[in-house]
Ligand binder design. Structure first.
Ligand SMILES: [Zn+2]
Length: 100
């Protein structure tokens, strides 16, 4: 009986852990997409060139596509933080080919 309860608790903990893992991963990806680093906290910098009035945006995050599985498939994107060297790979659903 006790073993059964123990297994059940262990099972619930593993489910909770997985959910938490995916939640934090999703949050991290959202931060990276917005141009800020979840590890060192550096954010996108904006400054205006006074002479021409052009707004510049400098992001510490560099992203590049690693693998693309077709138009509607999953795209693997690697995010690299230039200030702390963080490297993360996230999957993103492709936007399709119609826009090109
Ligand atoms: Zn960073």
């Amino acid at each position: 009986m006790y073993t059964l309860i123990f297994i059940l608790i262990l099972f619930l903990i593993s489910i909770f852990g997985t959910l938490l893992y995916f939640k934090t991963r999703k949050q991290k990806q959202a931060m990276l997409e917005a141009g800020s680093c979840p590890s060192c906290g550096s954010e996108k910098k904006r400054f205006r060139d006074e002479s021409s009035g052009i707004l510049f945006e400098v992001s510490p995050i560099e992203s590049r596509v690693l693998k693309s599985h077709g138009c509607s498939g999953i795209v693997e994107i690697e995010y690299v933080c230039k200030s702390c060297g963080l490297k993360e790979i996230h999957n993103s659903v492709g936007n399709g080919c119609c826009s090109i």
